[in-house]
Design a protein around this ligand. Structure first.
Ligand code: CUA
Length: 319
């Protein structure tokens, strides 16, 4: 199986990809063939039967029809579309029916990141980590608007909707890192709603699972917070250099007065930070849209503490 990227298609790294690629190739080359045939004949006929001097006087009746030709242009395309339909339908069924031994990962899309929770209790943001050669069932839903889960290398794409579950599945065939995109325009930072699917060997996956369910015990809270700032996607909307983005920068927030959208102000202390992470609509900072999703349920207590510690460490730097 050729798994490398071609001029036309990205790397193919799932069990369903080769079949989808061959159908794609069939449709593509068939279309190319008929395009050249039809356009070629048009050009040849236009030249060969162009109007010449004296044509009008010598007009004869010409052929009225040709039964063989007419039958051919009905039967051949009909057979071709039947072949494409059956081929496509089999692929569609294969993509829709999840193998019984699939491991289940819950996927949540929200503005503007993906979060994943695994059967053993681990959870990640924007990085989906899976073992190779293992069917993975994705049970997907959205917290807000319609997103769409797209992994080109696996040839899977599925809309993720609020208020219902969508299901997709894949079995990765190659260890590696593959792009994950949101492919439904979902607002301001849609283009930043990107992640990776990290396919590990079974042994590496087990190690990863062990480490991530243990948590980062013993790590310096500020350092842990710095990592969470990236891994939990705070970085999508909040800078740490003072530049405003979708949300206020974290630089120089802690310990200072913050003007709120409702006209009041508040001192940014630990409780304010905690509340703003878990219940972002409660105290929206003046000048920003109330667009932050809640992190309730997405952070363990220790992770919340670490994020607060990290933002705190950026607080004093304003003066
Ligand atoms: Cu989510 Cu685009």
């Amino acid at each position: 199986m050729d798994t490398t990227a071609t001029f036309w298609l990205p790397v193919s790294a799932s069990t369903v990809a080769p079949d989808i690629d061959s159908l794609w190739g069939f449709v593509f080359w068939m279309s190319t063939f008929f395009f050249l045939l039809i356009v070629g004949m048009m050009v040849v006929f236009a030249i060969r039967y162009r109007r010449r001097a004296g044509d009008l006087e010598n007009l004869d009746k010409g052929p009225s029809h040709n039964s063989m030709l007419e039958a051919a242009w009905i039967i051949i395309p009909t057979l071709l579309v039947i072949v494409i339909f059956i081929w496509g339908f089999r692929g569609f069924m294969r993509l829709s029916v999840v193998p019984a031994n699939a491991m289940e990962v819950t996927v949540t899309g929200q503005k503007w990141f993906w979060s994943f929770s695994y059967p053993e209790g681990a959870s990640t943001v924007n990085d989906l980590v899976v073992p190779v050669d293992q069917p993975v069932k994705l049970l997907m839903s959205s917290q807000d608007v319609i997103h769409s889960f797209f992994v080109p290398a696996f040839r899977i794409k599925r809309d993720v909707l609020p208020n219902r579950y969508q299901v997709a599945w894949f079995e990765a065939t190659q260890v590696g890192e593959y792009d994950l995109f949101c492919t439904e325009y979902c607002g301001t930072s849609h283009s930043e709603m990107i992640g990776k699917v990290r396919v590990l060997t079974r042994a590496d996956y087990n190690t990863w699972l062990e480490e991530s369910t243990l948590g980062a015990e013993g790590m310096d809270p500020v350092e842990l917070g710095r990592r969470l700032y990236v891994s939990k996607a705070c970085i999508t909307c909040h800078t740490i250099d003072g530049t405003p983005n979708n949300g206020p920068s974290f630089l120089g927030v802690f310990g200072h007065q913050v003007e709120l959208a409702n006209g009041t102000s508040v001192t940014a202390d630990e409780n304010y930070l905690r509340e703003s992470i878990l219940s972002p609509m409660s105290k929206v900072v003046a000048g920003y849209q109330p667009i932050m999703p809640t992190y309730q349920g997405l952070l363990k207590d220790a992770e919340l503490d670490a994020l607060v510690a990290y933002i705190k460490s950026l607080g004093a730097e304003r003066e």
